[in-house]
Design a protein around this ligand. Sequence first.
Ligand SMILES: Cc1cc2nc3c(=O)[nH]c(=O)nc-3n(C[C@H](O)[C@H](O)[C@H](O)COP(=O)(O)OP(=O)(O)OC[C@H]3O[C@@H](n4cnc5c(N)ncnc54)[C@H](O)[C@@H]3O)c2cc1C
Length: 413
Amino acid sequence: MSHTHVIGGGLAGLSAALALTEAGRAVTLYEASPACGGRCRSYFDQTLGCRIDNGNHLLLSGNHTAMAYLERLGTRQTLGGPASPVFPFMDLARGTRWVLRPSLGRIPIWLLRKARRVPGTSPLDYLALLRLGQARPTDTVANNLPDNALFRRFVAPLCIAALNTHPIKGSARLLGAVIDETLARGGAACIPLFPRHGLSESFIDPAVARLRDAGATVRTGAAITALPRDAGRVTSLIGSQGPIPLGPTDSVVLAVPPWSAAEMLPELTVPDEYQAILNLHFRIDADPGEAGFWGLVNATAEWVFVKPGVVSVTISAANRLVDRRAEDLAATVWPEVRRLLNLPPTLPPWRVVKEKRATFAATPAQNTRRPAAETPWQNLALAGDWTATGLPATIEGAIRSGLTAARVLGVAA
Ligand SMILES: Cc1cc2nc3c(=O)[nH]c(=O)nc-3n(C[C@H](O)[C@H](O)[C@H](O)COP(=O)(O)OP(=O)(O)OC[C@H]3O[C@@H](n4cnc5c(N)ncnc54)[C@H](O)[C@@H]3O)c2cc1C
């Protein structure tokens, strides 16, 4: 039987491995770290004395590939969130609060209700968002939209969260792709969702268990360091325990981050500019409110998630902050959080998690450096949120890329 070797146990690798295994292929997955999950993982934090995610991850109900992945694993119900599309915000400089409430249907009747829109905006302002997907490949978000209240209070926070890139630099096309698959399809496609227990519990551990049950081999702590090639094919994998020869019908999915892929395949053009994401976790109980999270405007903190016993803050596009001391970051962000949530002034136990290369910078220039899943080597396909998915680096893009890689290797995924 032909064997497919999947290198990388993040969402892209797991998605490819599941599709290949379900199609009857023999699969071995190699993950360099002690556990699968990559940039989407949960772990026990000694300082806080509880399990946390490496970073808050928000999905929208319109992320249909991610939803199908969870349905297949039987873990769709492990995502929680509000029952309807609600996005509460606070402007910390002005002290004002509002809730964006799209209506469920495709026709945006909610735009006619002032109380459901972003304050200071008119229904017509929102039409410009629908044109972002048709922007020129070189356009940024900021040079495609007027600098108005909608831009400052909604588009900028959305762009920084979805692209991990500031709108002055972020690709209009990539933000347009997100909007086309969510907001443009009506409120039913933009209900916010996040894991109730943890990222690993929803996305990772059940996938590894499913693979093992189906007969696939999942090897953790197993880095692959080189891919020798000859006559248009990968001929073996070089692992820490020596070479793993490939048979004539064997194939490979390379699902590692771009910098690892470029080390193994120096001929490949890959994104080479990254943006950090910071997460600050505070060990304290708070009222989750209607949605379980808030967006902040005019603050250092950008998104605040209230989970059982922990309040977690996300700051994206954070290269400007990533080298600041953790103590300074906690001291800057805690007063904002306590104002938002009406909490006491004393700083509770905290932890700062810095993901320095959280995603590639989703600029027009970096977007052109994303390779397709097909490669010049006939038995090798690429996967990862950084490949040419047409989406920014997200869970949806990563899972979709794994399915595309499986299709390139002949599996109907
Ligand atoms: C802090 C943070 C917040 C985020 N928030 C969101 C969000 O709110 N919503 C959203 O949709 N997305 C979010 N994302 C993005 C999302 O996590 C990623 O897009 C997704 O997890 C990427 O999956 P991947 O499989 O492409 O890559 P990775 O997760 O990086 O997986 C690659 C795997 O390959 C392994 N590997 C590397 N080198 C080797 C080697 N030589 N041999 C074997 N294995 C190797 C790595 O250890 C890793 O496990 C966030 C990311 C971060 C970091």
